[in-house]
Write a protein that binds this ligand. Structure first.
Ligand SMILES: [Ca+2]
Ligand SMILES: [Ca+2]
Length: 511
């Protein structure tokens, strides 16, 4: 499943950008296409300062124009950069100025608010120097553009003293190749059901978390992650590690501040529908706010609460109570949740479970149901979500005051398992209602077209072979299109609805 997801990302990026040659490392020996802003010019030139540090023949040259503070250049790559296996950039730089600074920024070319940057100051001038940029703390997102800004805020005069050279832009791993994660699919399949285990982390080997499963949210977020929370998140082993077969997320007081951790599967494992099972022991100290929850994968595009949220474990000031809540958008935040009481939540491991289907959300503690809500297509719960586990402190949502004697406390998780239904209900490929001749369809160059010969199509819904709704979109026109790359290979059911009724068409997708 993970492999298929990353493969489709790769294909998607490859096709959208339609540029295959511009990938790291950039050595300027072949042509690359840079764009400039705020009065910079950028070109590929013969290396004017050939030396032992850079004996190559071609390099990039950036000239910062007269009166310019922010001049820079950017290059959009043919695919997103691999920050799972790499954590540092090296760039060769030449400047005739003392203490030249280079700001290296990476961003998502279709959403520049997704970005991360580091600035490094040169220690040499009038010779080539190899600079190293530490990107080990970069949040895991898709970044496919690099931006270079020299001496940000320093006014350029367009003369030779504001001409900079760059070469060999390389993304690499500071500590060498990372060990692949062990297989984690060791959970038991629930008996007497059609569920199959599709993803799990049993947290078996002591040490760092598996990088193929988890990435980190770091720092304090905006306004304490939106809730005036007290902690700052880190990925230090003090705050997050595997120990004795358990994930331990530990909040620690140091001086007057607190550190903790928040981990997520964003861009690594996303899923729609299934059974999520978590064995966990919650912290007992007043002010702790543990949570294991799901967040809509499209949060960057539609923001919260439009993306949807489903809380499976959440505990506020009552340490004998767990609350499961769903959040969605309906004139602002709409939410519905219910609690369950158990006196052992902070002293033993209990099993927390969510059963998520196309029509309902149900929560269970030790297999006893305490919360159910019906869902419908005005809510976001038919799309991909990712997992988050965190331990917050304080805040304004009900965790209460932090115990003044607090030193540290942990959220411990024995396992997280995700099951999905292997059979489901297969939709009919026959016309459900309406006239058979209303929709014509064909595939052209990797794109499916569904054309109404009558009136407008209101919605198009894509179901997979198991009957799982993969996507529902507004159409409001006579033509609906689906890119073959956006769905997996194999049989799919396409449902189109409008004034003509509902038509379901079976397609065999192949890209
Ligand atoms: Ca070169
Ligand atoms: Ca375990």
């Amino acid at each position: 499943m993970k492999i298929l997801i990353s493969l489709s990302y790769f294909l998607l990026f490859g096709i959208i950008n339609n540029v295959s040659s511009q990938n790291l490392p950039i050595d300027f020996e072949t042509t690359t296409s840079w764009s400039v802003f705020a009065g910079a010019s950028f070109s590929t030139v013969s290396n004017p300062y050939f030396d032992s540090e850079n004996p190559s023949s071609k390099v990039g040259r950036m000239i910062k124009g007269a009166g310019q503070n922010w001049a820079g250049a950017y290059l959009t790559l043919g695919s997103s950069m691999d920050f799972l296996n790499n954590d540092a950039f090296s760039i060769k730089v030449h400047s005739s100025k003392l203490n030249t600074k280079l700001l290296l920024k990476v961003e998502n070319s279709s959403n520049s608010t997704i970005n991360y940057e580091k600035e490094v100051t040169m220690t040499k001038y009038n010779e080539w120097e190899t600079l190293t940029f530490d990107f080990s703390q970069i949040p895991y997102e898709n970044y496919d553009r690099i931006v270079l800004i020299f001496d940000i805020g320093v006014t350029g005069n367009g003369s030779s003293s504001f001409t900079y050279y760059v070469d060999d832009i390389t993304l690499y791993s500071l500590n060498g190749p990372t060990e692949p994660c062990d297989s984690n699919l060791t959970g038991n399949v629930p008996s007497g059901s059609n569920y199959v285990l599709v993803w799990a982390d049993e947290f078996t080997e002591d040490g760092e978390l598996c990088y193929e499963n988890w990435t980190y949210d770091l720092g304090t977020g905006s306004q304490g992650w939106g809730n005036f929370e007290a902690q700052s998140y880190t990925n230090s082993s003090d705050n997050v590690r595997k120990e004795n077969g358990m994930l331990k997320i530990t909040a620690i007081k140091s001086g007057n501040s607190y550190t903790s951790a928040r981990i997520k599967t964003k861009n690594l494992f996303d899923f729609t529908y299934g059974r999520i099972e978590i064995s966990a022991k919650l912290p007992s100290t007043a002010g702790t706010w543990p949570a294991v929850w799901l967040l809509g994968s499209n949060i960057n595009e539609v923001s919260w609460p439009q993306c949807g949220e489903i809380d499976i474990i959440e505990q506020f000031s009552n340490k004998q109570e767990n609350i499961s809540t769903a959040h969605w958008y309906s004139d602002g935040n709409a939410q519905y949740g219910l609690s369950v009481n158990n006196s052992t939540l902070t002293s033993s491991f209990n099993t927390f479970r969510l059963d998520w289907t196309p029509t309902s959300l149900k929560a269970y503690l030790n297999d006893s149901q305490y919360w159910v809500m019906s869902t419908n297509n005005t809510m976001p719960f038919f799309d991909n979500f990712f997992l988050i586990a965190n331990l917050a402190l304080g805040g304004n949502k009900g965790a209460g005051n932090i115990d003044p004697n607090f030193t540290e406390d942990s959220l411990e998780i024995d396992y997280i398992r995700v099951y999905q239904n292997s059979t489901g209900t297969v939709l009919s490929s026959e016309i459900i209602s309406g006239n058979k001749n209303i929709i014509s369809y064909y595939n052209s160059n990797g794109e499916w077209f569904f054309i109404s010969t009558f009136d407008e199509i209101n919605y198009i819904s894509i179901y997979d072979i198991s009957g799982k709704l993969i996507k529902k979109s507004n159409v409001e026109g006579k033509i609906a299109k689906i890119n073959s790359n956006n769905i997996q290979n194999g049989l799919h059911f396409i449902q189109l609805s409008g004034n003509f009724g509902i038509q379901t068409i079976k397609i065999l997708n192949k890209y």
